[in-house]
Design a protein around this ligand. Structure first.
Ligand SMILES: Cc1ncc(COP(=O)(O)O)c(C=O)c1O
Length: 397
């Protein structure tokens, strides 16, 4: 006898699960069904009481749960290999619910230094107000998370990979192996298609589903997935926190996920082609793409991700002025703050998202005056390469 999977027992591929999943409350409708209602009628007071006192009721009051949102949560849980998931009104809704829902005054958090700026601000500015101590570590340094844990004090370890904006890749096995605290990975840049942190022993995975998951720049949404026990605990905090997901956004995200695997494949292919093209340009330095052999954690990225992702970060040799000229000169790509959608977007952190940081703070985040973050969309890669070449020529006369 062998336990080798057969055609009948082999797990279904992500492409198939993205189509079959997330159909709670949809009846015979193939498309996800929108439940815009904020509240639900009950037949009896006992029914209402049962829902008011049970975790995860999806037909009581939409801040507690909603069938359209529940369909999205089921789908994410399935893609992540999780027991359960909870959606939030934004990625930051998810991040702040995890941090404030799991930590109390006197607790200690170990967080990666390379983080999305708003998450970093939450740790730097909000946590101290609630008496929560945060230690920042270089997430790329082997053993850094475990070494910073204070036994009995550290309740949360927070990582992000690939990290925003310089695409540092963090070892998921290492985060998953940290014993004691709840381990959390913001996996927004990879989406559940490229990596599944829970399979590496991580406790919670979270996403800004605003990005690749919804994938069309038409939803603002967050999601956390993990064990039933942790998600139920978070649910109890989430109904008080109030950052519950909108059914409209959940509907758009469920529809978006139907094409997520095929979109990711195309976007990763184009991103690799554009990263290779950028490496060949004399006016571009430090091209960062996890799929390129030159990336400092390329081997790790290829071990834990199925492709390099849809983002490329690079520096213009011409610095601040070149960066500003470049993002204004692109025509196929657009200057906008977000990522993961069908439109290719460029951002110049030093003059937009991170404009308030001092030069040494920018440097600590790996952001130079000429750093550009490119989110590769679904346009043809040749048209994008031509657009970037023209804008680069215009930026560095
Ligand atoms: C890695 C990462 N996490 C979280 C967020 C926050 O997500 P949202 O804008 O949906 O609140 C972002 C937003 O850009 C992000 O890039």
């Amino acid at each position: 006898m062998t336990d080798e999977p057969t055609a009948e027992t082999a797990p279904r591929h992500v492409e198939t699960r993205a189509i079959l999943g997330g159909r709670r409350g949809d009846g015979t409708s193939l498309a996800p069904v929108l439940w815009p209602t904020s509240t639900f009628a009950s037949e009896t007071v006992d029914d209402a009481r049962r829902m008011a006192t049970s975790v995860g009721a999806d037909r009581f009051y939409s801040r507690y749960g909603n069938p359209t949102v529940a369909g999205f949560e089921d789908l994410i849980a399935d893609l992540e290999g999780a027991e359960a998931a909870r959606a939030f009104a934004s990625g930051m809704g998810a991040v702040s619910a995890v941090v404030l829902g799991l930590c109390s005054a006197g607790d200690h958090i170990v967080a990666q230094r390379q983080l999305y700026a708003a998450t970093q601000l939450l740790f730097q500015a909000v946590c101290p107000r609630f008496g929560i101590d945060v230690t920042f570590v270089d997430g790329t340094e082997p053993g850094a998370f475990a070494a910073a844990v204070r036994p009995g004090k550290t309740t949360l370890v927070f990582a992000e990979t690939p990290a925003n904006p310089k695409l540092d890749v963090i070892d998921l096995d290492e985060v998953g192996a940290v014993a004691g605290p709840v381990t959390v990975v913001d996996a927004t840049f990879g989406t559940p298609v490229l990596q599944q942190p829970l399979r590496h022993g991580v406790d919670l995975v979270l996403h800004s589903a605003t990005k690749g998951i919804a994938g069309h720049n038409d939803a603002t949404l967050g999601v956390v997935a993990g064990s039933r026990e942790l998600i139920d605990w978070l649910w109890g905090f989430a109904v008080l926190h109030g950052a519950s997901a909108s059914p409209y956004d959940a509907l758009n995200a469920t529809r978006g996920i139907r094409t997520l695997p095929v979109r990711m494949r195309q976007q990763c292919d184009s991103a690799l082609a554009l990263a290779t093209f950028l490496e060949g340009r004399g006016d571009v330095v430090d091209v960062r793409y996890p799929g390129l052999a030159s990336h400092p954690q390329h081997e790790l990225a290829m071990r834990q991700m199925s492709a390099g992702g849809s983002l490329v970060t690079f520096d213009l040799a011409g610095g601040l002025d070149a960066g500003r000229r470049f993002v204004e000169a692109v025509e196929v790509a657009r200057l906008a703050t977000s990522l993961g959608g069908p439109e290719t977007l460029v951002t110049h952190p030093a003059s937009t998202t991170h404009v308030n940081l001092l030069p040494d703070e920018l440097a600590a985040n790996g952001i130079g005056p000429g750093t550009i973050r490119l989110s590769v969309g679904l346009e043809h890669a040749d048209d994008l390469a031509a657009d970037l070449a023209r804008a680069l020529d215009a930026a560095t006369p």
